[in-house]
Write a protein of this length. Structure first.
Length: 250
């Protein structure tokens, strides 16, 4: 068992720390070449670049070597939680059922992503219902593998989505443009009025957003792969996560 500890409190718990993990994403999750990875790999098989100490052998050159998918992936701290707490310091090498461990990692990642967004709600537009849900999720993330896999994550995710939508409406204000789930791939959006717009789930692949003001636009789940964000105002954008920006052109 590994001498790994997350320490007390919630500080940093939603930020990935690969040094406190055992390469779980590199082993448990599948990937494909056409998704920005340098090869095809099924789940529960170690990546060909994984070293014996569970570190990445090409981490410094991921994008240059054709592994941009790794550079944009974020577990939101789920990896170290699964390693240190859910499996009590055991690495994937010490677990018999890697299928179960993979499912637990996916469940934890969803919990952590929801918590990350709910923390933003707490900072920008607090609501008792959002705080109550966050408390439930913080408790659930410390549960056993069986408890995690039998929890109704679909119900929790739906509830979280409703709370995020309500917070988004409060922050953005009335009458702002709604482009939720719109197909804007390749669109020239320079000069468009997107301040405070809803772009949640929008397809913005390759879109030209240079110098556009996206604060406080809702970017939850927006696909920004290849989008040109040079000069784009993003400081106040809502629900923008780490994996979205590396996939864009900045």
């Amino acid at each position: 068992m590994l001498p790994i500890s997350l320490g007390d409190g919630r500080a940093g718990a939603l930020t990935a720390d690969c040094s406190a993990c055992t390469g779980l994403c590199c082993v448990l999750l599948p990937y494909r070449r056409d998704q920005g990875f340098g090869a095809d790999k099924p789940g529960q098989v170690p990546c060909l670049n994984l070293l014996g100490d569970d570190r990445c052998g090409i981490h410094a050159d991921l994008v240059e070597r054709g592994w941009s998918g790794c550079a944009t992936f974020d577990c939101f701290g789920a990896g170290q939680q699964v390693t240190a707490v859910t499996y009590e310091g055991r690495s994937w090498r010490e677990v018999d059922d890697l299928g179960e461990m993979a499912a637990v990692l996916s469940a934890q990642r969803l919990l952590h992503e929801m918590l990350l967004h709910l923390e933003e709600v707490a900072r920008r537009s607090p609501a008792p219902e959002a705080e109550a849900l966050a408390d439930r999720l913080w408790t659930l993330r410390d549960a056993t593998p069986l408890e995690l896999l039998t929890a109704d994550l679909d119900e929790l995710h739906e509830s979280c989505g409703e709370l995020l939508a309500a917070a988004s409406a409060r922050v953005r204000g009335p009458g702002r443009p709604d482009h939720s789930r719109a197909d804007l791939a390749g669109a020239d959006l320079r000069g468009a009025d997107l301040h405070g717009a809803s772009l949640r789930g929008a397809l913005l692949i390759g879109a030209d957003l240079r110098d556009v003001d996206l604060g406080p636009a809702d970017l939850l789940g927006a696909d920004l792969r290849g989008a040109d964000l040079r000069g784009t105002v993003l400081d106040d954008a809502l629900f923008l996560t780490g994996p979205q920006l590396p996939a864009a052109r900045t």
